[in-house]
Design a binder for this molecule. Structure first.
Ligand code: ASP
Length: 430
């Protein structure tokens, strides 16, 4: 172990196998254990006595050096909003976990290639949070900052870096909160922290840079299209979903084709999108009624759970139902009676599917028909998370909230590509 320290990239050699990864500090009370962070992101422990040799592959980077960002002046100018998550974190070799960068701008040190195509006019860091700690107030904050940046004539587009876990909620919120877009709004992420050789941030940032100066005036999520480091997909904000816990191509475009395939130096358009028009007057409509909830139905679930929302004066619920949009209707745990009561009392009940891919349909089984008769609104092929954000947004408008028919009509209006009339078979799986 001479000259090998925590943080170094090493190979542990056993009599019949070997493992590569970043050496972590051994736990204090278990000095006979060697901990390694594998490329997949998992931490794994080995008994020292079983290891034949520890081979150094690469020394860890020296810690605190001055960060000098050389931003070229002559390239198209964009702005960046940094909000936290893995893309703005680095590995802590003591714990094996990632923790936020002390200076979020530090990531430019690792990824100078982002400046191959663009120059950064502004970097805004409203907060540094893991995305599971965010809520609608954060979505509003990001929307307002983005709105101001879009109105800045110098700026060609905006990149927002964000944690992956709830990125699809934020992408939906921005899609509804920012209308009549004039320029691209690009959300990006990484699944592996930036100081790791296998980090996906490099490609994601380079493709995002190109997307931000493209002619696509949409809220897009840009990230790895495959498990390799070759190209990214640009996915419409309302149709993106995290579908893998650790893979770099965690996000998929559900029920529609991605908008584009992006390499660091070229874009291939795959489907229809709105075009850049810098004369468009962007509308900020960042309203949200927090009295909405997303509930997953499961077999045997006690419908009394709905009473909680009733008692606590919730105004809208999205029920992520089974298959085509079913909940129990005949068992002792039938949801129907309670849903009827809720809708009679003015609570909006919407239905999406936990299948994720496909469309809900109330007319195939009698169960679905009963649910529709009970007042539930079936949300076509809308993703549950998108539906939740949309319901909060619609109920945030006092003028619409007064009338149940208007709410239903708005929920079924396609504002930001959240409903797709014709599903593309080709893109129906991981
Ligand atoms: N939990 C982190 C987050 O969503 C994961 C990530 O950034 O990828 O912020």
């Amino acid at each position: 172990m001479k000259n090998i320290n925590p943080g170094d990239f090493v190979e542990l050699i056993f009599p019949n196998k070997s493992y590569k990864g970043i050496l972590l500090e051994s736990p204090k009370d278990e000095k006979g254990v060697i901990l390694l962070k594998l490329d997949s992101g998992y931490n794994i422990g080995f008994k020292k006595k079983d290891i034949s040799e520890i081979r150094l592959i690469k020394k860890a980077e020296k810690k605190e050096e001055k960060i000098e960002i050389k931003i070229p002046q002559e390239k198209p100018k964009i702005a960046m909003i940094i909000t936290g998550g893995t893309i703005a974190s680095k590995l802590d070799t003591k714990t094996g976990a990632v923790s936020p960068l002390t200076k979020p701008e530090e990531f430019f040190k690792f990824y100078p290639k982002i400046f191959d195509k663009v120059s950064l006019e502004k970097i805004i860091v409203p907060f540094t949070k893991a995305s599971e700690d965010m809520d609608f107030k954060d979505w509003k904050k990001i929307a307002k900052i983005t709105y101001n940046l879009l109105n800045n004539k110098e700026i060609k587009g905006v990149i927002i870096t964000h944690g992956t876990d709830t990125l699809h909620y934020t992408a939906s919120a921005l899609s509804f909160f920012l209308q009549n877009l004039n320029k691209p709004v690009i959300l990006t992420y990484s699944q592996r922290s930036i100081d790791r050789a296998s980090s996906d941030a490099n490609l994601n940032l380079q493709c995002s840079a190109l997307a931000s100066i493209s002619d696509i005036a949409e809220v897009l999520l840009v990230g790895h299209a495959t498990m390799n480091d070759d190209f990214c997909f640009a996915i419409l904000g309302t149709k993106a979903r995290k579908l893998h816990t650790s893979r770099r191509d965690a996000f998929k475009s559900v029920n529609r084709k991605p908008i584009a395939k992006i390499w660091p130096d070229k874009i291939e358009i795959l489907s229809e999108h709105k075009l850049r028009n810098e004369k468009n007057k962007v509308k900020l409509d960042a309203k949200f009624n927090n009295k909405v909830a997303l509930i997953k139905f499961y077999p045997g679930q006690n419908p009394d759970i709905l009473e909680f929302y009733h008692k606590n004066k919730y105004e809208g619920l999205v029920i992520e139902a089974t298959g085509l949009g079913h909940v129990s209707s005949l068992s002792k745990n039938s949801f129907l009676k309670k849903i009827k009561k809720l809708t009679k009392d003015g609570i909006i009940v919407c239905v999406t599917s936990q299948c994720i891919y496909g469309r809900v349909d109330p007319y195939v089984y009698s169960n679905g028909r009963e649910l529709e008769k009970a007042g539930a609104i079936f949300l076509e092929d809308m993703l549950s998370e998108t539906a939740f954000v949309k319901l909060g947004w619609i109920l945030g408008h006092k003028e619409w909230k007064k009338n149940k028919q208007i709410i239903k009509q708005k929920m079924l209006t396609n504002f930001a590509g959240e409903i797709n009339e014709r599903l593309d078979e080709q893109f129906h799986s991981l």
